[in-house]
Design a protein around this ligand. Structure first.
Ligand code: 0T9
Length: 379
């Protein structure tokens, strides 16, 4: 692999071998320094709102069709950040920090041009397997996205295949009273370029957005499929109670246009995105010990500055501390309490909406937000 520093070639090769002979939770495998990211997975839910004005715009739609299109446009516009931003900022996909149980991340996108303030709250609700639960809310616009994210990984043909587990539900308060909910499911990922030490993500299969009188089936293709172009998608938006599909086609990391049932350009993510501002939850906006940027502070610093010795020492210290915490809990017959969510074995909203688009599985568990925002985000 050309992108692998000479001194790390041996450890990269053995890392790839361990991936190949392993399936399940990749997050716990030790990887060579050059591929480590200083950012924890608890920060990833922020990708859902890095174009806050597109999220806010969902509230301004006045017809079911306009609302379904606004939801699709917001969703499509998050994908570039979700799946290519590490390549842009760090040169390739990197291995994120594996969050500790109970790790927290809070953030905000401030009000601008009347779009309203948008708040973010994330909690690591399981360590083994890793599960991240999140809420994004724009209160003034009556919009709330609640979801959770986990992965099942396997290795095939030199690539890592990532099946995303979890879904999100977007709740939109209607100006006339009442609300409408959209189920958002997640695409499958393939991580290519491993051999060369410069991994990148391609999306495949389908994901869905269902609700508000519409189903939307989004099909993902990459290089070597029907278009031969990387990061291609085709979204078919269908009204549930009438006919007349709207089709959108393009590349999710660039732009798209309406190719059926209308015309004109659809989404375009060439303009810069807006990163979330991290907010501490303690008094005075301080960060507590379980808040991601405080917990990983010195690991991240070590990785950023190329001081992998201190990064690795500090990481071991955190992991040992967490191991001890689990032992103490086992000894006292307690478990780490979730701070913001309650687990539920099946999600009634998912079940109601998944059948409308023939989504499998028909049932999924969920994490119910307890509506306990820290005061620092709500003052
Ligand atoms: C939810 C996203 C997810 C998380 C990451 C697969 C992955 C962990 C999960 C799915 C977000 O909404 C979107 C983007 C990137 C996904 C990560 C990419 C990645 O490589 C990791 C896995 C666990 C690895 O770190 C594999 C080993 C690594 C050396 C390859 C770069």
């Amino acid at each position: 692999g050309e992108a692998v520093p000479v001194a790390q070639r041996g450890s990269w090769t053995s890392f790839l071998k361990s991936i190949a002979s392993f399936s399940g939770d990749l997050s716990s495998l030790t990887a060579p320094p050059f591929i480590l990211s200083p950012v924890s997975l608890t920060e990833f839910p922020a990708y859902w709102c890095e174009r806050p004005e597109l999220f806010a715009a969902i509230a301004d739609a006045t017809t079911e069709e306009a609302r379904a299109l606004a939801v699709l446009k917001w969703f499509m516009s998050t994908l570039k950040g979700q799946y290519t931003s590490r390549n842009e900022s760090m040169g390739s996909e990197k291995k994120p920090l594996n969050p500790a149980l109970g790790e927290l991340f809070y953030g905000v996108w401030p009000d601008k041009n009347g779009r309203g303030q948008t708040d973010l709250l994330v909690e690591q609700v399981s360590h083994h397997p890793p599960i991240t639960a999140y809420v994004i809310e724009n209160r003034s616009k009556g919009l709330k996205l609640v979801g959770h994210s986990a992965q099942k990984t396997s290795f095939s043909g030199g690539s890592i295949i990532v099946k995303q587990i979890g879904h999100a539900v977007l709740t939109v308060k209607l100006p006339a009273g009442g609300e409408v909910q959209y189920l958002v499911t997640l695409p499958r990922l393939r991580i290519d370029g491993l051999w060369y030490g410069s991994p990148y993500i391609e999306l495949s299969d389908h994901s869905y957005i269902v609700g508000g009188g519409y189903t939307c089936n989004i099909e993902y293709k990459g290089k070597g499929y029907f278009s031969g172009k990387a990061h291609t998608f085709k979204a078919t938006l269908s009204p549930i109670h009438s006919s007349g599909d709207i089709v959108v086609e393009g590349t999710w990391h660039q732009n798209s246009k309406i190719t059926h049932g209308g015309s004109g350009s659809f989404h375009d993510v060439s303009a810069p995105k807006e990163e979330v501002t991290a907010v501490g939850a303690e008094a005075g906006g301080e960060m507590g010990g379980m808040e991601t940027r405080k917990l990983w502070q010195f690991v991240s610093k070590g990785i950023r500055e190329g001081d992998f010795d201190s990064a690795s020492k500090e990481k071991t210290r955190i992991e040992n501390e967490m191991r001890q915490r689990r032992k103490d809990e086992a000894a006292s017959g307690t478990t780490w309490p979730m701070k913001h969510f309650k687990p539920l074995g099946s999600d009634p909203v998912y079940e109601k909406l998944a059948v409308l688009a023939d989504i499998t599985p028909e049932t999924e568990d969920t994490y119910v937000f307890q509506d306990n925002w820290p005061a620092t985000l709500r003052s």
